[in-house]
Design a protein around this ligand. Structure first.
Ligand code: SAH
Length: 255
C-alpha cells in the first residue's frame, strides 16, 4: 500500500500525528527532497529504504512503489505541506490505479497556513476579506488564462501566491493591472516554520524590492490584501456578547 503524506511546511513537529505514525511504520519512504525537512526521516524504522524524489522521474518513483508493493511493503510518499496543493499527486495516483496498487492520502499543514502563522495573521477578516485565493504565476507550468492574477486581483480578496518568488516584478504589474493599488499591503514569508524563517510586510509595489533586499529567491509565499495589516475589520458576531449562538445566549438583547 502507498500512503501519500503531507509533511507540513517544514518544522518536523508540524506533521500530523497520523503522518508521523505512517512514517514510523514505512518500509520505503520517497520524500520530496527540495522542500521536506530531512529531520522528519530520523524516526523511520530500521532498514527503511529512503529515496529523494528530487532526483527521480515519475516513472522511477512509480517503479520503486511497485517493487515495494510486490514485496508486500508499505510505502510513504512524503510531500511538502499538504499534498493536494501543487503536489503532482494525481499523476502518481493514476499510475497506481493502472497497476492496481492501493493508496490513501494523509493531509498536511500547508505552507500557506504556516505563512499565516508566521505573520500571526487571519486571512479571513470580517469586512476585509472572507475568501482566500491560492494561486501562482505561470512558470514552466502554465496557468489557464481565465485564472490570471489580474482577474483574481479584481476580487480584492486575500491572495496567497505560491511558486513565484522569481517573478515578483511581473506579479506586482499583474496585481496592479487587476485593480490593486501599489500601496495595498502585502507580505513575503520565506521558509515558514523552518529555523531560517523570515517574514516581511511590504506593499504590492515593493514586493520585488523587498525580496531583493533580503536575498529571497525561492521557497517563499507572497500574501496580498488588506488582511495583511489587519486594518478596519469588524469584530466577529460569534464571540460578541450581544449575539446568541447555538451554544451561548446573548448577555443583553438578542441579535
Ligand atoms: N504542497 C505544498 C506546496 C508545494 S509547491 C504546500 O501545501 O505548501 C512549492 C511552493 O510552496 C514553494 O515554491 C513555495 O512557494 C511554497 N512553500 C513550500 N514550503 C514553504 C515554506 N515553508 N514557506 C514558504 N513557502 C513555502
Amino acid at each position: 500500500m502507498v500512503h501519500f503524506v503531507g509533511a507540513g511546511p517544514g518544522a518536523p513537529d508540524l506533521i500530523t500525528v497520523r503522518g508521523k505514525k505512517l512514517l514510523e511504520q514505512a518500509d520505503v519512504i520517497i520524500y520530496a527532497g527540495s522542500l521536506v525537512n530531512p529531520a522528519l526521516l530520523e524516526d523511520c524504522k530500521e532498514g527503511c529504504q529512503i529515496y529523494n524524489s528530487a532526483v527521480m522521474t515519475l516513472e522511477q518513483v512509480i517503479d520503486v512503489m511497485k517493487q515495494a508493493n510486490d514485496r508486500g511493503e508499505d510505502v510513504v510518499r512524503l510531500h511538502t505541506g499538504d499534498p493536494s496543493l501543487y503536489g503532482a499527486i494525481r499523476e502518481q495516483m493514476d499510475a497506481l490505479d493502472a497497476l492496481d496498487i492501493a493508496y490513501d492520502d494523509c493531509p498536511g499543514v500547508s505552507s500557506f497556513s504556516g505563512a499565516a502563522a508566521a505573520l500571526n495573521m487571519e486571512y479571513t477578516l470580517p469586512d476585509v476579506s472572507q475568501s482566500v485565493i491560492i494561486t501562482r504565476m505561470a512558470g514552466r507550468t502554465p496557468v489557464p488564462e481565465r485564472e490570471s492574477i489580474a482577474s483574481f486581483a479584481a476580487h480584492q480578496a486575500t491572495m496567497v501566491v505560491f511558486l513565484s518568488t522569481g517573478l515578483l516584478e511581473k506579479l506586482s504589474e499583474e496585481l496592479i493591472a487587476g485593480g490593486y493599488t501599489e500601496d495595498t499591503p502585502a507580505a513575503i514569508v520565506y521558509k515558514a516554520s523552518w529555523p531560517e524563517e523570515k517574514a516581511f510586510r511590504c506593499t504590492v509595489g515593493t514586493l520585488a524590492q523587498t525580496a531583493k533586499e533580503h536575498g529571497i529567491t525561492k521557497t517563499a509565499l507572497m500574501i496580498i490584501g488588506n488582511a495583511v495589516t489587519q486594518g478596519n475589520y469588524r469584530r466577529s458576531d460569534l464571540y460578541h456578547p450581544a449575539f446568541s449562538t447555538e451554544y451561548r445566549k446573548a448577555e443583553k438583547g438578542e441579535s
